[in-house]
Design a protein around this ligand. Structure first.
Ligand code: MF3
Ligand code: CO
Length: 251
């Protein structure tokens, strides 16, 4: 079932989203060589607790951490670990915040230290592909319009789009219907309706789109060892266009 959220639910999700955005801005300051993703995960746990929020991912389907931390060729669902990050690594931090029952989900890729040109271009294209998808999240458009915009743009820049993981509806639970693929055909799929809350979260690879699963049965990485980046927002579809609930005021 695809639900349309009430104004009250959306207000609660917006509050969670605002807190999540401020947490990401703090993480950005921590991304220095030598820090570990375990330390970042611990920072998030403390930050959320201080603000009366819960890391919704912890315990979800047996997942053990507050965040997913995916480094370089890891696409998503990387486990926080004690290895020190090095200058030039890219790290996607993904988390779902529960504030008083309102959920919000946002992932962001960071560079440790300074980005070289190749890395900056991967991040820029990935972020722009997210916003191109969001632009299509309009009442009356179809789900395929979102994926089509993302895929067309990312591939025109020489990158590929991960197929094995998609955006999703979100509400009282992390993953609700419908799936939001980041590839596809314009004009195809379900029609978008006012009040739907979904994530758009393109994972963009430097090489091939295919992924493989680690032994831990969670972490997906690129099949060819190329790097993967991801930006994710939670958005609500309104009659005045898409409203980003996890906005960091970064553009
Ligand atoms: N935030 C992830 C997403 O965007 C959800 C991961 S669930 C977890 O879909 F349990 F793996 F954390
Ligand atoms: Co997420």
């Amino acid at each position: 079932m695809i639900t349309r959220k009430s104004t009250r639910e959306i207000t609660m999700m917006k509050e969670a989203g605002t807190l999540l955005a401020s947490c990401h801005k703090e993480i950005a300051k921590l991304m220095k060589p030598g820090i570990t993703t375990t330390e970042i995960d611990q920072f998030v746990e403390n930050f959320l607790a201080e603000h009366g929020a819960i890391p919704e991912q912890k315990g979800y389907n047996g997942y053990k951490y507050a965040t997913c931390a995916s480094v370089n060729d890891e696409i998503c669902h990387g486990f926080p670990r004690d290895e020190k990050l090095q200058a030039g690594d890219i790290v996607t931090i993904d988390m779902v915040v529960n504030l008083n029952g309102g959920l919000a989900d946002s992932a962001w890729t960071y560079v440790v230290g300074d980005a070289d040109e190749k890395t900056q271009r991967l991040l820029d294209v990935t972020k722009t592909s997210l916003y191109k998808g969001i632009e299509q999240a309009q009442v009356g458009n179809r789900i395929g319009d979102i994926g089509h915009a993302i895929q067309t743009y990312a591939e025109s820049e020489g990158y590929s789009v991960v197929r094995d993981f998609t955006g999703h509806g979100i509400g009282p639970s992390i993953h609700e219907k419908p799936h939001i693929p980041h590839y596809g055909e314009a004009g195809k799929g379900l029609r978008l309706k006012e009040g739907m809350v979904v994530t758009i979260e393109p994972m963009i690879n430097e090489g091939a789109w295919q992924s493989k699963m680690d032994m831990n049965n969670w972490t997906a990485r690129t099949i060819d060892g190329s790097r993967s980046a991801q930006f994710e927002h939670t958005i609500v579809i309104t009659k005045n266009g898409p409203l980003i609930l996890t906005d960091q005021d970064d553009e």
